[in-house]
Ligand binder design. Structure first.
Ligand SMILES: CN(c1nccc(-c2cnc3ccccn23)n1)C1CCCCC1
Length: 364
């Protein structure tokens, strides 16, 4: 596709509807998809002689939500280093001054698909348990850095045909506004935990709930709790899993516990009805035992009460996943701690523009 040389060392190429102005070293750009923050292209890096993914953040400082997410992602990606979290290989902008600063390009490892394109496949237990193990390893590493993702879903997880898996982003900042985005992009809430939906205080087990929803979807081939909004999301969860205990309800803020108490009482479905043997792969012998192990782990992850929900380390030692247990992968040296106070800062768009500019030009 014809490109045009705009300024030294860069060339501009149309990727779908979006103009990418990238360093000369990146050639053969082709679109792989569009996420919440912008367009992602695959490219060939003529210096490293390998394929890469390039994500274009268009005017990431256009509002506080975009700016916070972009800044946090740049900081966090430079902080963590784990095989199950996408690696940031380069960051650049073609603009030469803060005044002209418009776009940020993030160069990352190229995967082959995101998990949304895989959840409908009939995966055997070996692949299913390996994907689940890698997701738990990646999230454990984030938690070791003091990062709680809170927004894990199939579209921000990427995979390759060799069944390797990488988490693509770092989810929601503590103070992120939960729903309204300027873009037509729809926020998917299907995987958000009860404590996030109900505005409770939360801990790392919010991510275990999301992983349970993703795991359950890979088994069932359909979204477990496809709520149209937070109310509908909650109703679908309690209709399926049963109503929360009074002890859980008493921990809610008054207005929320009053609402929750108005809901009809549901017993919930048994997990052998929710995930019957028929929806598990039936390959070589022992698959019934594996189905029972998978169902047991699902039940412990999809526990409504975060205090009773299985934690990451116990999930990694569960019979269904511990077959893959490698201390070097699970206990990879904890990265530096992320200073969450950065999330609390309330800056103007102009201040965020400067912060982002500094992050980009000072990047390694
Ligand atoms: C936000 N996204 C994203 N961020 C960073 C890296 C990648 C990436 C790397 N390799 C591949 C291969 C296929 C699809 C995506 N990727 N994707 C995606 C945008 C499209 C929808 C899925 C997420």
């Amino acid at each position: 596709m014809k490109g045009s040389r705009q300024n030294e060392g860069f060339h501009t190429v149309e990727v779908g509807e979006t103009a990418f102005t990238v360093l000369e070293r990146y050639q053969n750009l082709r679109q792989v998809g569009t996420g919440a923050q912008g367009v992602v292209a695959a490219a060939y890096d003529t210096q490293l002689k390998q394929n890469v993914a390039i994500k274009k953040l268009s005017r990431p400082f256009q509002n506080v939500t975009h700016a916070k997410r972009a800044y946090r992602e740049l900081r966090l990606m430079s902080l963590v280093n784990h095989k199950n979290i996408i690696r940031l290989m380069n960051v650049f902008t073609s603009q030469k001054t803060l005044e002209d600063f418009q776009d940020v390009y993030m160069v990352m490892e190229l995967m082959e698909a995101n998990l949304s394109q895989v959840v409908n496949l009939e995966l055997d237990h070996e692949r299913l348990s390996y994907l689940l193990y890698q997701l738990l390893c990646g999230v454990r590493h984030l938690h070791a850095a003091g990062i709680i993702h809170r927004d894990l879903k199939p579209s921000n997880i990427a995979v390759k045909s060799d069944c390797s898996l990488k988490i693509l982003d770092f989810g929601l900042a503590r103070t992120a506004n939960q729903g309204f985005l300027m873009t037509p992009y729809v926020v998917t809430r299907y995987y958000r935990s009860p404590e996030v939906i109900l505005g409770m205080s939360y801990s790392g087990t919010v991510d275990i709930w999301s992983i349970g929803c993703i795991f359950g979807e890979m088994v069932r081939g359909q979204v477990l709790f496809p709520g149209s909004d937070h109310i509908d999301q909650w109703n679908k969860i309690i209709e399926t899993l049963g109503s929360p205990t009074p002890e859980f309800v008493n921990r809610l803020q008054p207005a929320v516990s009053n609402y929750v108490r108005t809901r009809p009482h549901y017993r919930g479905m048994s997990f052998s009805r929710l995930f019957p043997d028929g929806c598990f792969p039936t390959e070589s012998g022992g698959s019934r035992a594996l189905a029972a192990q998978a169902r047991d782990l699902l039940q412990k992850m999809l526990e409504l009460d975060p205090n009773k929900r299985i934690n990451i380390d116990d999930a990694l030692r569960h019979p269904y996943t511990n077959i893959w247990y490698e201390p070097s992968e699970v206990e990879a040296p904890p990265p530096l701690q992320y200073d969450n106070s950065l999330d609390e800062r309330e800056l103007t768009v102009e201040q965020w523009r400067e912060e982002l500019w500094r992050e980009v030009i000072n990047w390694r």
